[in-house]
Design a protein around this ligand. Structure first.
Ligand code: 5AD
Ligand code: SF4
Length: 477
């Protein structure tokens, strides 16, 4: 039988009632699948940590699992449909293994609550993003024939003390969650309802996690939060210091603290909000070589009226001004964005303004979506989802085509340049090629020669597509 890893559980071996349950879990196999944003992938590592401490072993084989958990996304209707289809497929596995526990975690669990369990009978367990500590109890509730649902949101939970079990296998780059939730209430977005109020994690635990990753051989960390620029510790929203004996920590200061862990550890962060992005973040980015010169700054629309309806808290000009500020401080910064096509009442002229903003900024990369109305959001209650599907589709295509042009142009500008690249592994297409990223987050593929995963290599760009730079290694960086 698998030896349990956790101190609490070892204590239970002295005879408390939970001992029996721990014994039952030992050696049981957990299969986890994640959908949606990086935050969800990071949360799955917390879930894996909680359950392995309770005796579970993770597996990559759905067929050998005792517990299957899907960490889900609710951001667009399509994301939910993907999960529903997957659940139907997994239900067929139950025929071979009637004791299989199927659970839904994350945003869809929070949004639909017990609906998936009661009406659709697709799952046995529902746990929202702040309920993962209770997963062992929820699973035993099922064993005892009780309903296993916990969708309580918390104002404090940050899982600060939980060391995530890294599920990525790459061993080079890892996520560190620095805050949870979102207080922004963008009118299109379901996240404030599914992930609750904003709260930041104790910086000491963040630094410890970064150091521990470095010790394990990791070379890159991405600081994650729904809105990282709102990170604050020991300081109120109004700027008052809570404990005078302790340093207040803003996002810029936190980045600096992580950057100082080691010059060999690269720092990235996601996601920023234009209304909260301050100059000191750009200053810190410019000051430390190991903070990557890359920013993902979702614009959503290039028209101020639509931005107002979206409740984004900035205008077109204000956004463009932020972009200029960043470029003036970090001239070689890589930039990407999120765009939504066909939001409520969007006219052709307003759509054209999105295209013209893209022409001005010339993003290196973008995530582009059709507006998808989400239940309970401000937009659902206040506005009509009245841009016809065909029009949304066409506008999205125009946005995608323009972005493809800009991505290619941006990559062509890099021809002949040499970049410091962190090697992440072998290219999917060929074992003789390695791939990695430069500071600006562009993927570069180059012949392997003597170089290895985890090394910093100077690579000269010789060719490109819209998606990838193609080069040749010159020497170690
Ligand atoms: N419809 C379409 N796209 C959305 N996003 C968020 N909510 C919606 C929605 N209802 C997009 C935004 C956000 C990204 C994570 O997903 O662009 O920045
Ligand atoms: Fe999806 Fe947003 Fe939830 Fe992430 S936070 S899982 S993108 S709905």
């Amino acid at each position: 039988m698998e030896k349990t890893l956790n101190k609490d559980i070892d204590e239970t071996l002295q005879g408390t009632p939970t001992m029996v349950k721990t014994e039952t879990y030992a050696g049981k196999k957990l299969y986890l699948e994640s959908y949606g944003c990086q935050m969800n992938f990071s949360d799955s590592e917390i879930v894996a940590s909680i359950l392995t401490k309770n005796g579970y072993q993770t597996t990559n084989e759905l067929n050998e699992a005792d517990v299957v958990l899907l960490n889900t996304c609710a951001i667009r209707d399509k994301a939910e449909q993907t999960v529903r289809n997957r659940l139907k497929h997994i239900q067929s596995n139950k025929k071979n293994n009637p004791n299989l526990v199927v659970g839904v975690l994350g945003c869809m669990a929070e949004r639909l609550k017990s609906q998936l369990l009661e009406e659709e009978k697709l799952v046995d367990l529902i746990a929202g993003p702040d309920a993962y500590r209770t997963l062992p109890d929820l699973i035993s509730d099922i064993d005892d024939g009780r309903k296993a649902v916990n969708v309580l949101l918390s104002r404090e939970e940050t899982y600060a003390d939980i060391a995530p079990v890294r599920l990525d296998q790459n061993g080079i780059s890892a996520f560190i969650s620095i805050m949870r939730g979102c207080d922004n209430m963008c009118s299109f977005c379901v996240v404030p309802f599914t992930r609750g109020r904003e709260r930041s994690r104790d910086p000491k635990t963040i630094i410890e996690e970064a150091k521990s990753l470095l010790d394990q051989g990791y070379k890159e960390v991405t600081l994650l939060g729904q809105n990282v620029d709102s990170y604050r510790w020991n300081i109120t929203k109004k700027g008052e210091i809570i404990n005078k004996d302790e340093e207040p920590v803003s996002f810029a200061r936190l980045m600096e603290m992580v950057a100082l862990v080691s010059p060999d550890l690269r720092i990235r962060f996601s996601t920023s909000h234009p209304k909260d992005l301050t100059e000191d973040v750009a200053q810190v980015m410019a000051k430390y070589e190991n903070i990557c010169n890359y920013i993902h700054l979702p614009v959503q629309s290039g028209n101020s009226e639509i931005l107002d309806k979206m409740n984004r808290g900035y205008t077109r000009d204000w956004y463009l001004n932020r972009m200029e500020m960043i470029r003036s401080i970090v001239p070689d910064v890589g930039m990407s964005t999120d765009v939504i096509a066909g939001f409520c009442d969007e006219t052709e002229e307003q759509h054209q303004e999105t295209l013209s903003l893209m022409e001005i900024v010339k993003y290196d990369f973008a995530y582009m979506f059709k507006y998808s109305e989400r239940p309970k959001t401000l937009a659902e209650r206040k506005f009509e989802d009245n841009v016809p599907e065909e029009v949304k589709k066409r506008r999205l295509q125009e946005i995608i085509d323009l972005q493809m042009k800009h991505s290619l142009e941006s990559n062509q500008k890099d021809l002949g340049k040499t970049f410091k690249v962190l090697v992440e592994g072998e290219s999917k297409k060929s074992q003789d090629q390695l791939f990695g990223r430069n500071s600006q987050n562009k993927v570069i593929v180059f012949p392997k020669e003597k170089y290895k995963k985890g090394e910093y290599v100077n690579v000269e760009v010789l060719n490109c597509t819209a998606a990838t730079l193609i080069g040749k290694a010159i020497n170690y960086a």
